[in-house]
Design a protein around this ligand. Sequence first.
Ligand code: ACO
Length: 321
Amino acid sequence: MKTRIIGTGSCLPKTVVTNDDLSKIMDTSDEWISSRTGIKERHLAVEETTASMSIEAAKRAMENANVQAQEIDLIIVGTVSADFVTPSCACEVQAAIGADSAVAFDINAACSGFMFALNIADAYIRAGVYRTALILGAETLSKIIDWEDRSTCVLFGDGAGAAVVRADETCGLLAFDQGSDGKKGEVLACPGRTNNNPLVKTDRTLRYVHMDGQEVYKFAVTTVPASLQKTIEKAGLTAADIDYFALHQANIRIIQSVSKRLHVSDDKFPISLDHCGNISAASVPILLDEMNRKGLLKPGMKVALSGFGGGLTWASAVVEW
Ligand code: ACO
């Protein structure tokens, strides 16, 4: 039994903020941002929330998969920016779409969140526990970014992506690799939650995302190609057999470096970061949905997916479409 992606959906907030718009409110420029990252613009949530974007992305994925809410057994949202501590974003999605018999929960694996959700769904499906799952990556990073730190705030955007996955006898997920390195957690961190206990002194300045960009870069350009290579080999394939590589959209230089290390042409690495920025857990499913809706993905194609980021965490998969 395999886990097959049978539908995708995504949702981006209405408000688009270009690099030039940012240069009007902080000391930066389109030239600095686009030459170092490939990002030209990003969508930022003003009226939207993590849950509202997730609900829309979920509905689009269900429509694309032709799946009704009653058929969904499991909902997992990968997110570091859910609207509430509880209820989870996944429970909000469950209520809004009416998936009354589903089990719903969030997971935190930062930019690998969607990929970890895919692996969890796959384990349940292969074990015969559930048949149909809705998995999402959704973020409102704009609310946890330090807008006074130009070295991080220009990198991120908001949005949600979803996929419906189902048990299938013929094709689907061929191989998976995932890992974590908690010892390097500080290179990309968001202390976030402050302590309300009056007996505890809390440093309230440590609330936002902070990153050692160069360490993250080194981690990504070594771990991601190695993880992809391992996964492709596990699937019994070579890099040349892969039709597309859908990578977490952190930075164009990381993606170019991965393509070089795998000796695969850049054309096989579709990009959404130019108009989305880095949306952490939502990057991979949004990119996949864009590829799907453009008609790039044909039955039988082999697609390699990879997410990597805070934790540190990483995960790769090869799927047969
Ligand atoms: N606009 C203009 N200048 C800026 C900006 C900005 N937005 N941000 C920083 N600078 C300045 C700095 O102040 C510094 O100036 P100085 O030399 O006078 O001190 C100069 O630019 C260089 O700063 P660095 O931080 O060293 O910039 P670097 O060349 O390392 O590029 C970047 C930063 C693009 C983030 C790079 O480290 C990188 O590619 N990192 C990869 C990790 C990444 O993309 N992370 C994204 C999120 S993590 C994830 O999703 C996995």
